[in-house]
Design a protein around this ligand. Structure first.
Ligand code: MEV
Length: 430
């Protein structure tokens, strides 16, 4: 098996990085040049994907190295505009290798579709609900007749649940259709089934169906991941305690929990976007799941083991797919799936959860020890230098000077660009 462990990957010229990834993932020359060419989305494909297309909004695509998930080495493509995220994920994955990397397990791919029914009298509610449940088999058979391909691949409608929903507009019925969507994200299959089932539910209840749509709170399609970091790799047990305390703070305070979870989403979203999946669906699902108990909580947990090491876990809904949608139409998303080497949506979900856990760990480690700014500053300084007009090797020199002076500001960058422009070094400065 090829190793995803690279030291100094970031120091390689970009073409060499692509070559390494090409070798690791068995990419064709065409796929590799798609990455190198910065022309990932052809005009016509973009024009067919959404309406009123006028251009593209490219994001940098980075590769997080060092990941081991369930014993397999993975290179992880991440599409994101924020500096430090890819480096932080790679660092977290590198430290995790000392204990064998991450473990992860996705649940079966069960999505929920909702049919909203209004106008069922309070006194009739239980009888009508029982009527639906009594007709479950016929309803499921009917739903499955709508999608023979999904059924052929081992998926299909599995269950029906009836919920009472108290609203400010009165009592309503929420009929949940549970569908095994296999390797799809599932919205199309589920929405089609819900729309077709709605008249039958109206008939059974005497009520009126209004909404017929998938729920992004994918509580039946979750993924769990875990990791262990050795205390020696964290600078000792004192830092383990500091990280665990940082987690407790998020557990006790929604203001912190939102930022804590944002850190995990930095990793999750970046992989979801790189693979052409629907990151709004993932965001909505994860945050709703985090608040399921009535209070917004962190999506990860961290604790100290009996040996004084740091252990952590994440549990999130993860409705990602490999068939349908942009995953299959976006040429770069297809290459990203190939780089990941995943064959099922469950495997993809497992890797994504691990990246979220790694990202959260990296943020907590930095925040609870040296603070986030030191690591951030170097990269931020480079952006400030570029905005001030630095090009080529001047970018690194201006950035290094601003970091040294602890004055990472646009005005200082402009001064330095002017000062240094005449004195460009004949060789690159580290
Ligand atoms: C920044 O994008 C993410 C962090 O704020 C996450 C955190 O505070 O845990 C660093």
């Amino acid at each position: 098996m090829k190793s995803s462990s690279f030291s100094g990957f970031y120091k390689l010229p970009m073409d060499d990085r692509v070559r390494e990834v090409q070798e690791f993932a068995g990419l064709s020359d065409e796929e590799a040049s798609l990455l190198k060419g910065f022309m990932g989305l052809p005009r016509d494909t973009a024009d067919r994907m959404i309406e009123n297309v006028v251009g593209c909004m490219p994001l940098p695509l980075g590769i997080a190295v060092n990941f081991q998930v369930n014993g397999a080495d993975r290179l992880v493509p991440m599409a994101i505009e924020e500096p430090s995220v890819v480096a932080a994920a790679s660092h977290a994955a590198k430290l995790a290798r000392a204990t064998g990397g991450f473990t992860a397990k996705a649940s079966p791919p069960l999505m929920i579709g909702q049919i909203q029914i209004v106008g069922v009298g309070e006194e009739d509610f239980n009888d009508k609900a029982a009527g639906i449940l009594g007709a479950k088999k016929e309803l499921l058979d009917f739903a499955n007749s709508l999608d023979p391909v999904l059924v052929k691949f081992g998926g299909g409608a599995r269950d029906i649940e009836v919920r009472e929903v108290k609203t400010s507009g009165g009592r309503m019925m929420g009929v949940h259709l549970v569908v095994d969507v296999r390797d799809a994200m599932g919205a199309n299959a589920v929405n089609t089934m819900c729309e077709a089932l709605a008249p039958k539910i109206e008939e059974l209840t005497g009520g009126t169906a209004i909404l017929r749509i998938i729920s992004n709170l994918a509580v039946k399609r979750t993924v769990r991941a875990g990791v262990k970091y050795k205390k020696e790799d964290l600078g000792g047990e004192g830092n383990v305690d500091r990280i665990v305390n940082a987690y407790y703070f998020a557990e006790g305070d929604p203001f912190r929990a939102a930022t804590h979870n944002k850190g995990a989403m930095n990793g999750i979203d970046a992989v979801v976007i790189a693979t052409g999946n629907d990151w709004r669906a993932i965001e909505a699902g994860v945050h709703a799941y985090a608040a399921m108990g009535g209070r917004y909580l962190p999506v990860t947990k961290w604790w100290k083991s009996a040996e004084g090491d740091l252990e952590g876990s994440i549990e999130v809904p993860m409705a990602v797919g490999l068939v349908g949608g942009a995953t299959k139409t976006h040429p770069v998303a297809k290459v990203c799936v190939k780089i990941l080497g995943v064959k099922t949506a469950a495997e993809l979900a497992e890797i994504i959860a691990c990246v979220g856990l790694a990202q959260n760990f990296a943020a907590l480690k930095a925040l609870a020890t040296e603070g986030i700014q030191r690591g951030h500053m170097g990269l931020h300084a480079r952006n400030v230098a570029v905005a001030a007009g630095a090009t080529g090797e001047l970018v690194d020199r201006v950035a290094a000077k601003m970091v040294e002076e602890k004055r990472v500001r646009a005005d200082r960058a402009k001064e330095l660009v002017e000062e240094m422009k005449g004195k460009q070094a004949p060789f690159p400065v580290n």
